[in-house]
Design a protein around this ligand. Structure first.
Ligand code: SF4
Length: 235
């Protein structure tokens, strides 16, 4: 019988230099949003201007991060997630990175929405996953609403909201209506996640999210990383 060589993480692809400051680079699974469950390589950038009270990556606010001189990614991996912090501080560098490697990977850019989408014009597969915040969630929540219209007009945008309270529900619905985020009434790009940094906190909020999704036809997004690893970094 012919032997089949499996494409395992021992087979790696050399990507070279990453020109934006990175706090963490690791291979894992996408734990939230439209690609949940898929194997993905994560690049977590530094800095964020939003300051959410329950942020699970507060270390990005202060850490300087560093450029990566030689990046290797498992060949089996087809998805690169650029997350934060706030990756779109580094739009230019990220666009160049995508231009260079877009033939081999699909990209997801996870952003609060504070700096607007990447420029149009690439043929490569890039998704913006935008997560606007609300009054009782973040100090600078208003900043995360600044470019919602620009994001909403792009078919490559998905929205991911964190739900913790009844008042969050009201604000999420108002924002969705104001910018027609469901695109002609089809709510297939709206994901709702339970607020929580521990499994216990998530369990407390998940019924609220289920009921909200049932009421409006939104998509429930788990936060698998909390279940599997809690607050551990780089996993
Ligand atoms: S937008 Fe994201 S990275 Fe920034 S403070 Fe909020 S949760 Fe943390």
């Amino acid at each position: 019988m012919q032997k089949v060589k499996l494409n395992t993480p021992q087979n790696v692809r050399f990507l070279g230099r990453v020109d934006f400051p990175v706090c963490e680079a690791f291979y894992s699974i996408q734990a939230e949003g439209p690609s949940v469950g898929r194997a993905a390589f994560f690049l977590r950038t530094t800095k964020c201007p939003i300051f959410c009270r329950w942020c699970d990556s507060k270390y990005t606010w202060k850490e300087k991060g560093k450029v990566i001189e030689e990046l290797y990614v498992p060949e089996v991996c087809k998805l690169i997630v650029v997350t934060g912090g706030e990756p779109l501080y580094y739009k230019e560098e990220i666009s160049q990175f995508i231009q260079k490697h877009g033939g081999c990977f699909r990209f997801e850019i996870e952003t609060s929405g504070a700096f607007g989408p990447l420029q149009k014009g690439t043929n490569f597969s890039v998704r913006h996953i935008v997560s606007p915040k609300f009054k009782n969630q973040a100090k600078n929540w208003k900043l995360s609403h600044k470019y919602i219209k620009d994001f909403a007009e792009r078919p490559d945008t998905y929205f991911k909201f964190v739900l913790g309270t009844e008042s969050d529900k009201k604000e999420i619905v108002e924002l969705i209506k104001k910018y027609d985020l469901v695109n002609g009434g089809i709510p297939n790009r709206i994901f709702i996640m339970p607020e929580g940094r521990t499994n216990e906190e998530i369990v407390c909020k998940r019924d609220l999210v289920v009921d909200f999704c049932k009421e409006y036809g939104f998509i429930y997004s788990p936060r698998i990383q909390v279940q599997l690893w809690g607050m551990k970094r780089g996993v």
